[in-house]
Each structure stands twice: as C-alpha cells, then as structure tokens.
Design a protein around this ligand. Structure first.
Ligand SMILES: Cc1ncc(COP(=O)(O)O)c(C=O)c1O
Length: 402
C-alpha cells in the first residue's frame, strides 16, 4: 500500500503485479532467511540434514510457530511442499469403496478436480458436483445446495475454503459440522487461506485441512501444511514411503523414528529434499507481525473491492458475490466476453500488468489480487487498461508490437 512496503519485496518494479494469488511473493527479509538456511545446508549437508544434529529441532520450531498462528497443536500439522500434495495424501488415504460418493462443488481448483477423479477411478467412488447458486449472496442458499447433495452413500465432503476461479470465501463452518454429525469426512482445500483470513483450525474442526504458506503468508515457495484431526491421523498414509514409515502406524500413540507422531514422521520424511522453505516460515510470520499485516490486509481488501467495483461499473456487469463472500484480498472481476489469453497478453505487453484472465463457465473473469506492495496508482492503471482494451476509451498508450 505504500512505496515503503513495495521496497520490502523482490518484485520487478516494471511489472504491475496483481497476481499474488497464484504463487505469492516473498518479502526480502524472509527470502534472505530462506537463503541463509540454504547456505547452511550447502556448507555441511550431512550435519544440516541429520535429524540428530539439529534438523528435527529446526523443523519442530517451524511447526510450533505455524501451529500457534493457525490455532492448532503442532502434533496435528505436517510439513508438505504444497496444498496439492497435502490434499493428495489425504484423499488417497481415505477408505472409499465402490459406490461411495465424494461431494464437491463446481468451484474447485482444476488440479484437485483431477485428484478426485483419480481417487474415484481407483476406488470406484462417484463424484457428485453441486452447482453453487450464483451470484453468491447467501450462506443459507450455499448450505442448502451442498446439503441437498448428501445421500446415504456420501463419504467425503471436499470444499475449497477460498475458491480459485471465483475467489469466493465459502462459509464452510456449518457444512463441516453437518458432515461430522453425519459421519462424512470433511476435506478442506485451504490453499489460499493462511495469512489471508484469520484461521483457527481446531475451532473450524475439519477432518483434513491443507493450506499453503507460500501464497498469502508470504513464505518461500514450497512451504505448506497438512492438518489432520488427531483421531484420524492413523488413517493417513504417506504418498512416498521412506524412513519415516512405521509398520505399526495404525496403532494410536505410536511414535515415528524421529520421535514425532507417526503421522508427522511418515509424511515429512520423503527422501532427500531441501527443507529451507519450511524453515523460513517463522520469519514470514515474524515479518507479518512486525508490519501489522492484518491492518495492511484490511487496506488491501478495501482497495481490491473498490477497484473491482470500478471495473464492473464501467462494464455494467454484476458482481459474482456480495462483498462478505469475496476473498478479502482477491476478487474475481467479471469482464465482457473476450479471448481471455489475448486480453491477458495485451495487459502484460502493453500496460505491464500481470493478472490472470480466463473463462469460467459462462463468464469471463480477471482475478485481481491486492497485496501490501500494490498501490492505488496500479489499480488506476488496471481500470484504465481494461477500459481501453474493451474500447470504452481511446487507447493513449503506445502498443508494444515488438
Ligand atoms: C483453491 C486452490 N487449491 C489448490 C491450489 C494448489 O496450490 P499448490 O499448487 O501450491 O499446491 C491452488 C493454487 O492456486 C488453489 O487456488
């Protein structure tokens, strides 16, 4: 929001970066901490990666810091590389059988839709996709639509907390409670939520919740977690079997070889890999606290919503949702029918704007992210650029035809 904050990031100053949502962006001090860990690793790889010589304590410290931030106990949180991995671990572990049903919505992330199909093919389960009532203006209508999809065969409820194509904040609390009451596993895709909305995972009560730290928490790419309720952890199998596997995993209370729960050791030991992104999570959390990031986020939210309204206003298009159901710092803005790739490419080439533009169902969308490094002036550039590209105003920028 201020040039001061923009200076804290490594982003190319020639790009109007309005796509924090895809891969995040890491502040300089956090990135430096990440590189410090990597240098330490490279100076003495054996000492660094030997769990007896400090690695396990370092991993645990990161787990502790993250657990405090997310409102859960460190024993329930395992480090994974990304939310896709965390959700794959959980979905591929669930005891599904022929004819069981996985209930989900038509707003899910495409990679996880594929994971559901993969799981369904392997197990014989059926995927039931609920159409979410749009525009999204009522939690009640959402709850009713999802609950109407439940049958006696429903075994899994799979929901995004913040959706990717539509940037909606799904009110999932009641659905998680309903699933629990009916013996249905709730599996939540929280790829966009850590650092984006305050989270209290224990209070939320989902059976499985996987989220990325590398998006809105602004830690280095490759830092994410899988959270599983304590009583279900013995059900979870690792995708990669390595030193952490214990044949006796299925007995509650069994410790893994590194002294953590079997759940954590099985998932975190995956063969040789660089744990530095995860080890830098505490400095991302410290950076956020030092800069009062929830206040920054609230300003970003206002700017994102206001910009979305300006764009919609000039096209005369309705919002996808009422403001309380929009992800705070990410808004899916409807734009007129177009070739989305051509608009994306023109925004980047002619105006230096990086923003995802795509077709989703019968809509065309520009998904605006607003983070602390963005400015009001950048939002003006976006509003103006869209007006020009759709012929509402004459182009006064020289096209880059090279
Ligand atoms: C809703 C949702 N789920 C999952 C993912 C996957 O995240 P990752 O690639 O970090 O696993 C994304 C990525 O943008 C997403 O938007």
């Amino acid at each position: 929001m201020t040039s001061n904050l923009a200076e804290q990031f490594l982003l190319d100053p020639d790009v109007v970066f309005l796509n924090h949502g895809s891969f995040g962006a890491c502040p300089k001090p956090v990135f430096e901490d990440y590189q410090r860990w990597q240098l330490k690793l490279e100076r003495q790889p054996v000492a660094f990666l030997d769990s007896r010589r400090g690695l396990e304590a370092n991993l645990r410290a990161a787990r502790l810091a993250l657990a405090a931030e997310l409102g859960s106990a460190p024993e329930n949180i395992a480090q994974v590389t990304n939310a896709t991995t965390g959700l794959n671990i959980a979905l591929q572990s669930l005891p599904l059988a022929e004819g069981d049903e996985i209930l989900t919505t038509d707003h899910e992330y495409s990679a996880l839709e594929k994971t559901l199909v993969f799981v369904a093919r392997r197990t014989g389960a059926r995927i039931v996709v609920v159409k979410v009532p749009m525009p999204f203006v009522s939690a009640e209508a959402f709850h009713e639509a999802v609950l109407a999809g439940i049958t006696p065969r429903t075994r899994v409820l799979f929901l995004s907390h913040i959706t990717s194509p539509t940037a909606l904040l799904f009110p999932i609390e009641r659905l998680i409670a309903e699933a629990r009451a009916r013996g249905i596993f709730s599996v939540i895709d929280g790829a966009h939520t850590p650092g984006h909305i305050p989270l209290s995972l224990d209070a939320l009560g989902a059976d499985v919740y996987s989220g990325n730290c590398h998006k809105w928490m602004m830690s280095p790419k490759g830092s994410a977690f899988l959270h599983v309720r304590p009583d279900l952890q013995t059900m979870i199998d690792p995708l990669v079997v390595s030193h952490g596997w214990t044949a006796d995993n299925k007995e509650p209370g069994v410790r893994g070889p590194l002294g953590n729960s079997a759940f954590i050791d099985e998932i975190e030991m995956q063969g040789t890999r660089d744990p530095s992104p995860w080890l830098a999570v505490p400095s991302a959390i410290a950076f956020r606290h030092a800069h009062d990031w929830w206040r920054v986020a609230a300003e970003c939210r206002n700017l994102a919503q206001e910009t979305a309204e300006r764009v919609r206003g000039q096209f005369g298009l309705d919002a996808l949702s009422s403001p309380e159901f929009s992800a705070p710092q990410m808004v899916a803005i409807p734009i007129p029918p177009c070739d989305p790739l051509a608009i994306h490419d023109a925004l980047l080439a002619d105006y230096g704007i990086e923003i995802p533009v795509f077709a989703w169902q019968d809509r065309h969308i520009a998904r605006l992210s607003c983070q602390g490094y963005n400015t009001r002036g950048q939002m003006d550039v976006l509003v103006e650029a869209l007006a020009e590209l759709f012929g509402l105003r004459q182009r006064h920028r020289k096209l880059n035809t090279a």
